[in-house]
Design a protein around this ligand. Structure first.
Ligand code: UFG
Length: 334
């Protein structure tokens, strides 16, 4: 059985869905701080999901699961993810992300569970020294959020050496889209991410969308990111699971598309898909934003045999449909 931490969140729920579609047995632990019970209910409509409301900071919550379910593999998504908040409140990030993971890994050691797929991030690389960014790029995270993810990767190395715990760390670039047919999607409170924020301006009357910086050294002055579809990302997790079972080897793997799109291009695509005129203003640069982040994804293609299947247009269209359906369910006028 696979234990999914943070399975009520955006990426965790899409990976849970991919596992359900393969008839894997899953149990989810989530404290519902950022995850949503509606997401768990949507997953329960699709397959057999065990859900435990619990917190990784309480080791007893984790032990309860290991005692009561036959766990052989973990997918670890739980963690706080807001870059700016992490600079203002680092203690929240170190406490939750690091202590939660220590509890998780120590319980794995106690119960002799040896495989974990870890949700890492391109934020561990920091300001790029070259593009595209490969897995050997220097690691200089710019904020406590990225530092917690790097510390966990380093912990995983030590737990591998000492306790033979093997991990695949998937380093995501920017994730986009939703599986609307399953009723799950991106849902953060507060929302800081680009595509959901543009969509808020589509659906909320007179809400101005802010573009942070139009004086970057890029072709149109706005930041460039590599947007990978969330269903493609979930597929990478399934392949990582197969890899881990077959090869029993620790790996770090970038997951992106190797293509960059500017904030303005994303904005224009949302405008096209929604058919709405979205009010927009240019604002100063957001602290800590790199001008360009693009993944080198040769390793994912080679060792996982993974290829992104969805276009950027697909991702934005599904994000649009998800936002619309979510607001309709929450009884907003859309
Ligand atoms: N942006 C805007 N307006 C908004 C929101 C974002 O212009 O309202 C811009 C940002 O300044 C940035 C780009 O859109 O240039 C993308 O921003 P996101 O917040 O969507 O994503 P980030 O690139 O900041 O963050 C992503 C992940 C993080 C991860 C980080 C690594 O969401 O979890 O990449 O750099 F840490």
């Amino acid at each position: 059985m696979i234990l999914i931490t943070g399975g009520a969140g955006y990426i965790g729920s899409h990976c849970a869905l991919a596992l359900l579609n393969r008839n894997e047995k899953i149990v989810i632990i989530d404290n519902l701080d950022n995850g949503h019970i509606e997401t768990i209910n949507a997953l329960k409509n699709i397959g057999n999901v065990e859900f435990i409301k619990g917190d990784l900071k309480n080791k007893k919550d984790i032990e309860f699961i290991f005692k009561n379910f036959d766990i052989d593999t973990l997918m670890h998504f739980a963690g706080y993810i807001q870059v700016e908040e992490s600079t203002q409140n680092p203690s929240k990030y170190y406490e939750n992300n690091i202590i939660g993971t220590i509890n998780l890994l120590n319980t794995m050691v106690e119960y002799n569970v040896k495989k974990i797929i870890f949700s890492s991030t391109c934020a561990i690389y920091g300001e790029p020294e070259y593009l595209p960014i490969d897995e050997n790029h220097p690691k200089n995270p710019l904020n406590p959020y990225g530092k917690t993810k790097l510390i966990i990767e380093e912990m995983l190395d030590d737990y591998d050496k000492a306790y033979d715990i093997k991990s695949v760390r998937l380093r995501y670039f920017n994730v986009a889209g939703a599986d609307c047919s399953a009723g799950i999607g991106e849902w953060h409170q507060p929302e800081t991410h680009l595509i959901p924020n543009i969509l808020k301006s589509v659906f909320e009357k007179e809400k101005i969308f802010n573009i942070f910086g139009n004086d970057y050294d890029t072709f149109d002055g706005t930041c460039i990111r590599d947007y990978v579809n969330v269903e493609d990302l979930a597929c990478a997790h399934v392949l990582a699971l197969e890899y881990l079972k077959k090869e029993n080897k620790t790996e770090c793997i970038n997951i992106g598309t190797s293509q960059g799109n500017s904030v303005k291009e994303i904005f224009d695509t949302v405008k096209l898909i929604s058919g709405k005129n979205i009010p927009v203003e240019f604002k100063p640069r957001r602290a800590g934003d790199a001008a360009k982040l693009i993944a080198d994804t040769k390793k994912a293609r080679k060792i996982l045999n993974w290829e992104p299947a969805h276009s950027l247009h697909d991702s934005i269209k599904s994000a649009y449909l998800w936002e619309k359906s979510k607001l309709a369910r929450l009884n907003f006028d859309v």
